[in-house]
Design a protein around this ligand. Structure first.
Ligand SMILES: Cc1ncc(COP(=O)(O)O)c(C=O)c1O
Length: 477
């Protein structure tokens, strides 16, 4: 055992070393976009017998950095366009380091007053920046998947309560049926949330979508049940195209029939924070609950999402946890655990509070506007190249590309997949693939605050180079 002073000094040295490693990672060449290790190689790198006596802390940390390094993706770099990852902003990262160092369990306001308070204030700011009703409550969850789960749990409780059934107390067995209406191009995580809630993934009323993946208002009106407990799930920002469901048309229809409307806006909800893009999300504010992410467009480090519910009572009823050893909540206090599925949990409010404070309303708006303009530029540069087709209307930050535009489906798939592999190997930028309308596409998601127009130009040139090389090898047979 180390003496107290030595122990403190060892902790200080260890944390200083962690900060040095972290800074070196962030300062490293952002050109390295694909990990040089596969998963199997990474397992080998980490593998070994469990130490019997343990090993010195500093050595373990250095060793962790050495072993993890080749298996890390440069998702924080300006030219990483895979999935919709966000950039993990340095201010969020720094606040998150402190969150870990402070070691708070943000379950309740007595165990962690500062963590609970930071959430209370950050929640108010989130509603402000997203222009959602100020009476709504916010649960700080792991991401949009859980935010969808929470919003839909509140929905389930409330639509059943209105027909005299207490699902929180009595469960689903014997409950009146709840019908769920959802677009054909909803995100996979919504179907998972519906699965967790006992609705099933298939027992749903599906609504036809247009070419961009947005629900068709006429099809929605026909599909909407006349009465009974109904939950409508809409989307603000389709994962492939960035399209928005026509909320101004469909939300009033749903509300007129007594339905609860839940919006999955994992990244697209942030359009509301940007005056240049807010029209896309008009009518979204009429809904009852919303799911969005901090770790995508707000750039918080992983993980962080927000479950927002207009009816705070319904939200609390769906998530509340009570036990004799947990503090009661009086009028003004707020216990974070009453709005999320977990009891013990990370204090996500600190990073959200710090980022919103740092960026301000104008900073968030500028970041969203810049990424959207960069996506538009990427589409313009690539569309000009023969053989490359932009499959979506680039209304937000998503660009969907097909290579071998004139080729038949199978040949186009092969050319598109080969171009995706080529750009990943080349390393100027990273983009992945996704199937759209049954055919493979390259998906570019611009969602990092550090990306510049120059990054877009360099990336477009690299993608064109890769495509030309794939096309000429294919032509040679
Ligand atoms: C539209 C949409 N909904 C939900 C999710 C799930 O979000 P998360 O991965 O943060 O749980 C995503 C993720 O990309 C998404 O794009």
């Amino acid at each position: 055992m180390l003496a107290k002073n030595e122990e403190r000094e060892a902790t200080r040295a260890l944390l200083a070393s962690a900060a040095r490693h972290a800074s070196a990672f962030r300062a490293a060449d952002p050109l390295r976009h694909a990990p040089s290790f596969t998963y199997e190689e990474a397992v080998v790198a980490f593998d070994g017998a469990l130490s019997e006596e343990g090993e010195p802390a500093g050595e373990v940390l250095d060793d962790l950095v050495r072993r993890a390094g080749p298996g890390l993706s440069a998702t924080t770099g300006p030219r990483f366009f895979g999935w919709v990852i966000g950039g993990s902003h340095p201010v969020g990262l720094a606040a998150d380091w402190l969150t870990a160092a402070w070691g708070q369990n943000a379950a309740n306001h007595v165990a962690a007053p500062a963590a609970a308070a930071a959430e209370t204030v950050a929640a108010r700011w989130l509603l402000d920046v997203l222009r959602l009703p100020e009476e709504a409550s916010v649960g700080f969850v792991t991401g949009a998947t859980m935010a969808n789960f929470v919003g839909l749990a509140a929905a389930r409780g409330e639509v059943l309560r209105r027909v005299g059934w207490d699902v929180e107390e009595d469960g689903l067995a014997g409950a009146p049926p709840v019908r769920v209406v959802i677009g054909d191009d909803a995100h996979a995580s919504v179907f998972s949330a519906l699965q967790y809630l006992g609705f099933g993934r298939s027992n749903l009323i599906r609504v036809a979508t247009d070419a961009q993946g947005a629900m068709r208002a006429d099809a929605f009106e026909r599909a909407l049940p006349e009465s009974g407990p109904v939950i409508v799930v809409t989307q603000a920002g389709q994962i492939n195209t960035g399209a928005f469901d026509p909320h101004e048309a469909i939300v009033p229809l749903a509300k007129a029939r007594g339905a609860w409307v839940h919006v999955d806006g994992a990244f697209g909800l942030w359009a509301r924070a940007c005056p240049k893009k807010a029209d896309l999300a008009a009518g979204v504010e009429l809904a009852d609950s919303w799911a969005t992410d901090g770790h995508k467009w707000l750039q918080t480090p992983y993980d962080c999402g927000y479950a927002i519910v207009r009816d705070a009572e319904a939200h609390r009823r769906a998530m509340t946890i009570a036990a004799s050893y947990l503090p009661p909540v009086s009028g003004t206090e707020r216990d974070p655990s009453h709005y999320v599925p977990e009891l013990s949990r990370r204090a996500r409010g600190f990073a959200t509070w710090a980022l919103l404070r740092h960026l301000g309303r104008a900073g968030v708006a500028a970041m969203v506007a810049a990424n959207c303009e960069q996506a538009r530029l990427m589409a313009e540069l690539l569309r000009a190249e023969p053989g490359i087709a932009v499959l979506n209307e680039v209304v937000l930050n998503q660009v969907l590309l097909r290579f071998g535009a004139e080729a038949d489906d199978a040949a186009g798939d092969a050319l598109t997949l080969a171009t995706i592999s080529a750009i990943q190997a080349e390393g100027t930028c990273f983009a992945g693939g996704a199937k759209w309308r049954g055919r493979w596409a390259m998906r570019i998601s611009v969602s990092n605050a550090v990306t510049t127009q120059e990054d877009i130009r360099l990336s477009a040139e690299a993608i064109i180079r890769c495509w030309r090389s794939v096309a000429s090898s294919a032509a040679r047979g």
